[in-house]
Ligand binder design. Sequence first.
Ligand code: AVJ
Length: 320
Amino acid sequence: PSAVVNPIAFHDYHPAPADLRAEVLEGLAKPRKRLSPKLFYDAEGSKLFDAICELPEYYPTRTEIAILRESGAEMAKRLGREALLVELGSGSSLKIRVLLEALRPAVYMPVDISSAHLRESAQALAATFPGLQVHAVCADYSAPFALPVEDHEHPRAAFFPGSSIGNFEPVDAEQLLRRVAAILGPDGRLLIGVDLIKERERLERAYNDAAGVTAAFNMNLLHRINRELDGGFDTTRFRHEAFFNAEQSRIEMHLLSTCEQQVEVAGARFAFEEGETIHTECSHKYSIDGFHALARRAGFEPEQVWTDPEQLFSVHCLVS
Ligand code: AVJ
């Protein structure tokens, strides 16, 4: 007889849909133009991001997966048997599979803002892990939310892979971690992937790949604005720029205007100087000690950290 596939429970918190028009008009009107990296991920942008993860220069994804494979059993011990495992953002199906394999939690609760993507990936996981209770939560994890089930019989754990925390400014990262601590309650565990500070060359190569995929990912934001907001960006007059800002310990991505020009978007007109940029992303890099300090400020106690032999990437277990 075939194993029982539990139907998934779907909890829809109806996260506010992003208002692309308002966000773009506001971001481009700032004295230093900026757009949120959240806006990268339309269908085309999500495909380009998947391609980035396969690039030889882009070490974070494959390094984190190798760490999960290598130390999954130890992580499972830390997180506890029969855990309730919350995943923040469910875009990383290979990583969660490696962790579920090692951990075998009682309940898996993926939280994601994209309803269709969430339902699909939750169903696929329920089919691969018979007996696993899946509670999918459609919500914006960067805003406060409560878990949909009162469950006090399982130890609580959360998984936040991919160095997604790096997209947040340190003060916002701290606030987000504080909320995760509140969701976990006392003695919960957060397993979180964090990209490490390393030589500038290695960092900058990861965001300036030879095949130009990261450039296409960045430029797709202008194409998206042209498509969805009837924007007038001439993409031949902008170029991708990514560099390590050592003072702030972050990779910055920008779209640089190669000439003086005016661009119309949704009926508004924006002037660019030659060399002026739209700042599109920050990707913060941490030392292990620096991340421990951030975790402590957010109410967590560092319990264990795993890295790869080259110390490129870290996976932390934090106790709430
Ligand atoms: C998904 C935010 C972790 O910062 O490395 C990859 C996004 N941007 N290449 C990162 C990204 C350019 C990625 N994060």
